[in-house]
Design a protein around this ligand. Structure first.
Ligand code: ATP
Ligand code: LTN
Length: 345
């Protein structure tokens, strides 16, 4: 199905749990910020997804506000972007039931994130919540309720967006055309920022380790320390490379390239007379410190005014409901449910 609009519509989501890190910023948030205005953005803080692994209720409540403050601090403009919390728009949880009934179980068992996250919980069938398996179905609902043209995400989400497309196609086939098939937008550079302590693993909120990630609330000194300790290799060649043993240097150069907005050649020229990896780390740290500082400062200012944060999120939720609720009614009607007039709003 195609929808004609004057601006392309974008939908993406981010989990509120854990501290947002440089990978989230470079791989996702910065693209959302840069696309604002030109595109119609919907950005969702996915708290319902967060409870697919155990959460402390008080901590979850606090983390939703922290996530919102961080997105605003990083440049999300609530006038330009519909920024909202998933659980504030009931159509997401309700829609998940209908979509669960249409999604084949076999598709979910193939998801690598389910395999990884269930293994991290010990792999025990009797303690892992069913929601971890059906996680991608809720994600498909998130997306499909808004008929977006594009879903900008980091590399790790490719399989989930593919599933959302397949679910949309299945719905269209079974109940008649009703969903746009969304396109994953995965940037060519920075879609997979690696952990500084282990350049073979994606930088991730759920991986601990003091020197794994640069958090967006880290102090200048903490950022410098993490980057200074970044794992590299025993050589001294500063080059972009796909070789597994050069992954650490490649990751540092990628971060440098993104923080400076320079071309690969310009980046390499900057290090033409570097005296080894120490110089590389020093320069990378300088740019990351300068880039993160204003975000951190703005974040702490925003966190001082929780009433204003809640007000902005309520405006976002109202705008999101106006799109998602009629779409869900349409889904229900197509599937054979009578929709009472009172619900049509
Ligand atoms: P977890 O690893 O615990 O699942 P996460 O760090 O991937 O969490 P999410 O909230 O799941 O964080 O991701 C938010 C966005 O950031 C997604 O679009 C995701 O693809 C992107 N992203 C996450 N980690 C990276 C990374 N290391 N490099 C680039 N993009 C990333
Ligand atoms: N699974 C995603 C978060 C997410 C999302 C979405 C991303 C939930 N719903 C819809 C894009 C579109 C993640 O872990 N990053």
């Amino acid at each position: 199905m195609q929808v004609h609009r004057s601006r392309k519509r974008v939908f993406s989501g981010i989990q509120p749990t854990g501290d947002l890190h440089l990978g989230n910023y470079l791989g996702a948030i910065r693209h959302w910020v840069r696309g604002q205005g030109e595109k119609e953005n919907f950005i969702c803080i996915v708290d319902l997804h967060a409870i697919t692994v155990p959460q402390d209720p008080e901590e979850l409540r606090a983390s939703v506000r922290r996530g919102a403050a961080m997105l605003l601090a990083a440049g999300i403009d609530p006038e330009e972007t519909t920024l909202f919390v998933q659980s504030h728009v009931r159509a997401h949880a309700e829609g998940a039931w209908f979509f669960n009934c249409v999604t084949p179980l076999g598709w979910l068992h193939k998801m690598t994130q389910f395999k990884d996250k269930s293994a991290r919980q010990g792999g025990k069938q009797d303690s892992i919540g069913t929601g971890l398996l059906t996680y991608p179905v809720l994600q498909a609902v998130d997306i499909l309720l808004y008929d977006p043209d594009e879903v900008p995400v980091g590399e790790d989400q490719k399989q989930h967006i593919e599933l959302a497309r397949n679910v949309a196609a299945r719905f269209n086939h079974q109940f008649g055309e009703m969903f746009v098939l969304p396109e994953a937008r995965i940037a060519e550079v920075g879609a997979r920022i690696m952990g500084f302590d282990d350049p073979t693993a994606k930088m991730s909120k759920s991986i601990g380790g003091r020197y794994h990630a640069v958090g967006l609330t880290d102090s200048d000194q903490e950022i410098e320390k993490t980057i200074k300790r970044a794992v590299t290799d025993s050589g001294n060649e500063i080059a972009f490379s796909d070789e597994p043993e050069k992954a650490g240097v490649n990751n540092l150069l990628t971060v440098y390239r993104m923080m400076t907005d320079k071309s690969p050649d310009e980046c390499l020229a900057d290090f033409a007379d570097a005296r080894g990896y120490g110089d590389l780390k020093k320069r990378v740290a300088e740019f990351v410190v300068e880039g993160v500082r204003p975000i951190r400062e703005r974040y702490f200012e925003l966190m001082d005014d929780p009433v204003e944060l809640d007000r902005l999120l309520e405006i976002g939720a109202a705008r999101a409901r106006a799109v998602a609720e009629p779409k869900l009614l349409h889904v229900k009607e197509r599937m054979g449910f009578a929709v009472p007039d009172a619900l049509r709003g």
